[in-house]
Ligand binder design. Structure first.
Ligand code: A2P
Length: 316
């Protein structure tokens, strides 16, 4: 991966990252070895994914054997929305670092702008008194302590970013949001860029596995448009002798974003990082820009958090 996104701290984040949402256990362990072998150095995990231990185990093997140095890696993890209380931030990062077997992370994110609470019936609500600005103050402390080399946010809207920017000592270095061909989020990205906030694109392939995940959590699958069979994507893929997935990822990289595709299939792990030996021309870029539909193509609508959308601050 020879393109980086430079954080306001000066640190370089490899533009193509390895996403681990919905990946666990042995399949993640095997795939992460594949990913490191294939050249991935930017790994994205989160407390809520319950896979930090597996990530930590694999990283330790690579670091102990001398195949990698810590400074070669860019590791991101995130504060769980269930632990989003000012007095839990320090402890949560400490727990993540223990699981990852690291002394610092390169980027620590507020995973979600709302604190999620679970009632006795198992319903998820947004905590009415908890304010992400108060959480951010504790995130800043983690930055000052050196345990997080940079701090950022995820799933923050324009309104929330503007409010946070007015109330911070350290500006967020990154916002991690859903971005793909069908939901390109130009306004949100523009605001981030103007304020020096780098953007990581999650679900960059349109999260094709999300329905399996929804079904597993007892939810109805949803109809999603498939980026990888889109005629325009197929045509551009043919022109460059690449796959539509590679075109979708290269498009995001050329927009200056850092996509983090998830795959536990070894051939796709390799395919997804093999995007640095060609480039899309302006015509290709414009054709893909024209595929943007907007928020109705959002894949991750957080259905699993039952009553969360009733929270007054719930908006994207
Ligand atoms: P798998 O893990 O079996 O490879 P996203 O990153 O947008 O959430 O997409 C992840 C989903 O897309 C997963 O279901 C993953 O399946 C699948 N996927 C990842 N890379 C590719 C690819 N290159 N071609 C087709 N499907 C892919």
């Amino acid at each position: 991966c020879n393109i980086s996104v430079v954080l306001p701290t000066g640190a370089k984040m490899p533009a193509l990252g390895y996403g681990t949402w919905q990946s666990r256990d042995n399949s993640l362990e095997t795939a992460l070895h594949e990913a490191l072998q294939a050249g991935y150095r930017h790994i994205d995990t989160a407390a809520i994914y319950q896979n930090e231990e597996v990530v930590g185990k694999v990283l330790k093997e690579w670091l102990d054997s001398g195949r990698l140095r810590r400074e070669d890696l860019f590791i991101t993890t995130k504060l769980s929305p269930f632990a989003m209380y000012p007095d839990k931030v320090e402890e949560s990062l400490k727990e993540s670092l223990e699981k990852l077997q690291l002394s610092y992370v390169d980027l620590y994110l507020i995973h979600f702008p709302i604190t999620i609470v679970t009632d006795e019936a198992g319903e998820h609500y947004g905590h009415s008194d908890m304010d992400y600005v108060d959480i951010w103050k504790k995130m800043e402390d983690q930055y000052y302590s050196g345990k997080a080399k940079a701090i950022g946010i995820s799933n923050f809207s324009v309104k929330k970013i503007n409010r946070l920017l007015k109330n911070c000592r350290v500006k967020p270095a990154n916002n991690q949001i859903e971005v793909h061909v069908y939901m390109q989020q130009p306004e949100l990205i523009d605001l981030c860029t103007k304020n020096g906030i780098t953007v990581v694109a999650y679900s960059p392939l349109g999260s094709r596995g999300y329905n399996t995940f929804l079904e597993g959590s007892g939810h109805q699958p949803k109809k999603v448009r498939d980026i990888l069979t889109d005629e325009v994507m197929l045509e551009i893929a043919k022109k460059h002798s690449k796959t539509p997935a590679q075109i979708a990822l290269r498009f995001l990289v050329q927009l200056g974003l850092a996509p983090i595709p998830k795959s536990t299939t070894p051939s796709r792990v390799k395919e997804n990082i093999d995007i640095f030996n060609f480039s899309l021309d302006e015509k290709d870029m414009n054709k893909i820009r024209a595929l943007n539909v907007g928020p109705q193509c959002r894949v991750c609508e957080f259905e699993v958090f039952t009553k969360l959308s009733e929270h007054p601050e719930f908006e994207f």
